[in-house]
Design a protein around this ligand. Structure first.
Ligand code: UDP
Length: 323
């Protein structure tokens, strides 16, 4: 299939592009490189540098690429930042997303795959979290993604655009070639591994008074290659709807630090900090729907496997894509 990928130079996009091409798809990447890296784009993909704030540019790119499907990774995706700069999130994730979906619709695209997030739910009433739980986001990041989920629902109903929206839980790990390198790193696993690499002094634990067994926040970590495989399955005609993507296992911040110590063989120093604004205490997926409806079978479900691939990539690329 001919696939147009926004954000293909970013962390999740880069691994997904690699796996799409390995699966025989033809890929065009559209990315403005503000968060992504040119060297994170698989050499077998066509690359177009552009910003989807620019409707004319995105329309021209889609017209030229003639894709059957669009996968939309490009977004602002930091909970903490969204609590201080909400406008950036609504503009990028909603307004600019509309430019893309309109350009896709106007150019006859049949399938739209969207990176949504478990942050659309807010603190859940029940865990593990099924797709049908009420969505009550507690940060502008989650709210902006929920707004785009609603746009997708209406474009499907009115224009017949087939869509799959994945609510990612916590993407982590790396492939052989591509890994996680944000210019400003805020994510837990890469931050801990920086300490293990000697690039930072101590791990920071944001919040030790959550209603969880050890007081630190619990998340469901999913391997980036498993996440990518779900996107490939979503390309099948007739697949449609909202899917949660996680492993169904929750790990606390302290457990993640212990796992990183085990994998890296280093004893790490930690410091306790206040909670980070906008963070729910516990987010764990029920991923049965993706398994039964898409045939998704995670290959790397254990946290230790996930951290091991991340560690191997960081050891090989100590300065990320800067090297
Ligand atoms: N976290 C932390 N220290 C860090 C980075 C993150 O304690 O250096 C916590 C964060 O508050 C959250 C969890 O780890 O409870 C996962 O955060 P991350 O930013 O990796 O992903 P998010 O769940 O926000 O998408």
């Amino acid at each position: 299939m001919n696939v147009f990928v926004t954000g293909g130079a970013g962390y999740i996009g880069s691994v997904c592009v690699e796996e799409l091409i390995n699966a025989g798809h033809k890929v065009t990447v559209f990315d403005n490189l503000t968060e992504g890296h040119r060297s994170a784009v698989d050499k077998r993909a066509v690359f177009i540098e552009g910003d989807f704030a620019d409707k004319a540019k995105i329309s021209e790119a889609i017209k030229g690429a003639k894709p059957e499907a669009v996968i939309h990774f490009a977004a602002s995706a930091l909970v903490g930042e969204s609590m201080t700069n909400p406008g950036k999130y609504f503009k990028n994730n909603v307004c600019n997303g509309l430019n893309l979906i309109d350009a896709a619709h106007e150019n006859g695209v049949k399938k739209f795959v969207f990176s949504s997030t478990c942050a659309t739910f807010g603190p859940p009433d029940t865990v593990p979290m099924t797709e049908d739980l009420p969505q009550r986001p507690i940060n502008p990041y989650g709210e902006s993604k929920l707004m785009f989920e609603k746009i997708l629902k209406w474009y499907h109903e009115i224009h017949g655009l087939e869509f799959v929206a994945f609510r990612y839980f916590n993407a982590a790990g790396a492939s052989e070639n591509f890994g996680e390198h944000h210019r400003v790193e805020t994510h837990l696993i890469p931050n801990i591994l920086r300490v293990a690499l000697g690039q930072a002094k101590q791990c920071e634990i944001f919040g030790t008074d959550y209603p969880t067994p050890d007081g630190t926040a619990i998340r469901d970590y999913i391997h980036i290659r498993d996440l990518a495989q779900a996107h490939i399955l979503a390309m099948q005609p007739g697949k449609q709807g909202f899917f949660n993507l996680g492993n169904g296992d929750g790990y606390s911040v302290k457990q993640v630090i212990e796992t990183c110590e085990k994998v890296s063989g280093k004893k790490l120093t930690s410091v306790e900090k206040p909670r980070r604004a906008g963070d729910p205490p516990k987010l764990v997926a029920a991923a049965n729907k993706a398994k039964t409806e898409l045939g998704w079978k995670p290959q790397f479900p254990k946290l230790e496997q996930i951290v091991k691939t991340a560690w191997d990539w960081h050891v090989k690329h100590p300065t990320g894509y800067a090297d």
